[in-house]
Design a protein. Structure first.
Lengths: 408, 261
């Protein structure tokens, strides 16, 4: 066996959008219609688009490799081709070794079955044999921490319990090639930590891992090499650090040539006295975001977020989530939104990101990161990402227990 | 194709697991589960008895026990076929999550649906056995035909199941068409009546590949005879061809499943 675990060779994937005949009732008239009409070639071409174009890369055994890119860059398509759910339109994909894809933790669980039965069901779906699951059953149950509920139907589980059970099964698959999608990074902080821990374990055991994520922190921590995709094409491939740097610099560019019907024209940060970039921890910053529309656009929302220096998302909000109805703009109109953020962060530099987003069709019109950078100073010695404004209320030696045995 | 079959064999545990899930889920509300397994055949048998009684009245002849036995014996495999096709037809659509997210041979879904229906058939056969004991149907060497007949039925159901499951994924009205065909299929299949009632014209009915199989069940259980070998051979050939064609059709479309669902 060669030392290549996974190889994509000039892979292309084409999708059709628009009209697809999905019932016989539509298909039959369409077919008979076609016999009498001239074929409309040009129209057909418009309905097709390439989700991936000429994608080639190689992942060696024991390597951790990341695929990064914006929404719609083709990551999910690449992943579906790698996990063999979809076939490429052109090109070839080669996998050496047992492949397992953690695309959605808990997909395949059945609500009416108990936790134990679902372990067997999901385990076999992920490619384990029954005897393998039996031998690992105790471990899986222990890892999930759901011993008490293991014979309860999973429909009575909370979503957290559901995810824990799903991940416990997935984490015990022991594949040679593991494909991990973004969805692993949903869930609470503790769950994410255990996912990361387990991922590190899998990599240390010598498995090949392919990681698809927006979470740049996780990507830099876990992977040695990465590929950056944009609109289905490869932008760059190389060491994770250089690829992430390229990704960020691309994101920061004002406009990448593409026509934007509405764009972020200005982002300013100020305090009570005027424009300002340095704040004390706990102080309130006022952020103005200005948009300008080149054409009429509808149902917009503004998204504002904060990341730390390693691009780790620490806060995220939007006009929609703050209860402001989506707004529309006519051509030439401008719009301003003012946010107030209480900078409850620890000491450090933070990047402010802003984006114009339309929720119902999930379209991002423009995005800026960093739109601004703020420096937060803390007089107190706090470490970590946030400032909880600690106060020491008491600190004293208590009398030892032996002298106060009857004190209860 | 050899590679595909090898892969299917590799995933056999998943097939059992999905079939187990389908059965378990159906029987979890035990009343509904047993109703499904018993009620359908009972209803078919009762309608058959009514129809048979009407024949007897029209012909001025008494209704014989063996006629009822024959109807009962044919109703169960028919109910199996109907439920197999119905469940197989929806099997891919109902497992959308798995079809679009995880790789494995997808023919497992229609096959599991058929295995679950087979389980229902066994449950219903228990009830039928009681009935046969009560009416004192005789035992004989011809009963050895039952496994062969049943296997042919399963092969036929699998072939049809593969075709309808894949087709219903691409064309959402296929399931309605299938439902209509299943509803009216009983009139073109000798369940309530015997092919022999039609005399010479009976051979036209036997062209329906299900007919010789049902006739075979009736012959070997109710009448203690061998099935009509020539016609049964035709059914076997038809079933095998359908299975092969259905499997190839399914595998041909499978790569497009995730994009089309």
């Amino acid at each position: 066996m060669s030392d290549v675990a996974l190889r994509m060779e000039r892979v292309y994937k084409k999708f059709r959008k628009g009209e697809v005949y999905n019932s016989l009732r539509d298909l039959v008239p369409a077919l008979t219609g076609k016999m009498f009409r001239q074929p409309e070639l040009s129209e057909n071409d418009n309905r097709e688009f390439w989700a991936l174009q000429d994608l080639s890369f190689e992942v060696k055994h024991g390597e951790a490799f990341a695929i990064i890119g914006h929404n719609g860059a083709g990551k999910s398509t690449a992943l579906k081709i790698l996990s063999r759910i979809m076939q490429p339109t052109k090109g070839r994909m080669v996998v050496n070794g047992r492949l397992s894809a953690l695309i959605e933790v808990g997909a395949g669980f059945h609500q009416d079955l108990t936790g134990r039965e679902n372990i067997f069901l999901y385990g076999t779906i992920l490619g384990m044999t029954k005897s393998e699951i039996e031998s690992k059953l105790d471990q899986i149950i222990a890892f999930s921490g759901l011993e008490e509920f293991i014979d309860t139907p999973v429909k009575r589980y909370s979503s957290g319990m559901f995810a824990r059970l799903g991940f416990s099964v997935a984490a015990h698959v022991d594949p040679e090639v593991l494909i991990v999608d973004e969805v692993l990074s949903v869930g609470d902080y503790v769950f994410q930590q255990s996912c990361m821990e387990r991922m590190r374990g899998v990599i240390n055991r010598g498995a090949t891992v392919l990681f698809v994520s927006h979470n740049l922190k996780a990507v830099t921590e876990l992977c040695q090499r990465a590929i950056l995709l944009q609109h289905g094409k490869t932008v760059t491939i190389g060491s994770t650090d250089s690829v992430v740097r390229r990704y960020l610099s691309d994101a920061a560019k004002p406009a990448d040539g593409a026509y934007k019907p509405v764009y972020i024209s200005q982002v300013t940060v100020r305090d009570r006295h005027g424009e300002q970039a340095t704040f004390e921890s706990g102080e309130t910053a006022t952020v103005d975001v200005e948009l300008t529309a080149r054409a009429a656009v509808e149902k917009l929302a503004i998204v504002l977020w904060l990341t730390d220096q390693s691009q780790y998302l620490i806060f995220d909000t939007s006009t929609e989530r703050l209860g402001h109805r989506p707004f529309s703009l006519r051509a030439g109109e401008s719009y301003r939104c003012t946010f107030e953020l209480k900078l409850n962060t620890a000491h450090g530099a933070f990047h402010l990101g802003a984006a114009i987003y339309r929720y119902d069709i999930q379209r991002e019109y423009d995005s800026k990161l960093p739109a601004a950078t703020v420096f937060v100073g803390a007089t107190m010695a706090v470490r970590g990402a946030v400032n909880c404004f600690p106060r020491l209320v008491a600190a004293e030696t208590l009398a030892s227990a032996s002298t106060h045995e009857c004190g209860v | 194709m050899k590679k595909q079959l090898k892969e299917l064999y590799k995933y056999r545990e998943l097939l059992y697991m999905i079939a187990y899930r389908d059965i378990k889920v159906r029987y979890i509300q035990s009343i509904m589960g047993f109703m499904w397994a018993i009620l359908m055949p009972v209803l078919i048998v009762l309608s058959g008895v009514v129809v048979r009684y009407a024949y007897a009245l029209a012909a001025h002849q008494p209704l014989k026990t063996v006629d009822i036995t024959s109807v009962a014996v044919k109703s169960l495999p028919w109910a199996f076929l109907v439920s197999s096709i119905r469940f197989a037809c929806l099997s891919l659509i109902n497992n959308k999550e798995l079809v679009t997210k995880i790789y494995f041979p997808k023919e497992i879904f229609p096959m599991a649906a058929i295995m679950a229906s087979l389980f229902d058939l066994f449950v219903a056969s228990g009830a039928l056995m009681v009935f046969l004991l009560i009416v004192r149907t005789g035992w004989g060497p011809h009963l050895a035909w039952i496994p062969v007949l049943l296997l042919t039925m399963v092969v036929l159901a699998t072939g049809i199941g593969m075709i309808v499951s894949a087709a219903s994924l691409f064309f959402r009205d296929v399931k309605f068409i299938v439902e209509v065909l299943l509803t009216f299929g009983i009139f073109f299949t000798p369940v309530f009546y015997d092919v022999s009632m039609f005399g010479d014209k009976g051979k036209w009915l036997l062209l329906n590949p299900v007919s010789p199989i049902l006739d075979g069940f009736s012959a070997c259980i109710a009448y203690q005879q061998s099935p009509d070998l020539a016609w049964f051979g035709y059914s076997v050939g038809f079933a095998l061809a359908l299975l092969l064609g259905g499997y190839m059709f399914f595998k041909h479309l499978e790569p497009a499943f995730a994009e089309s669902i």
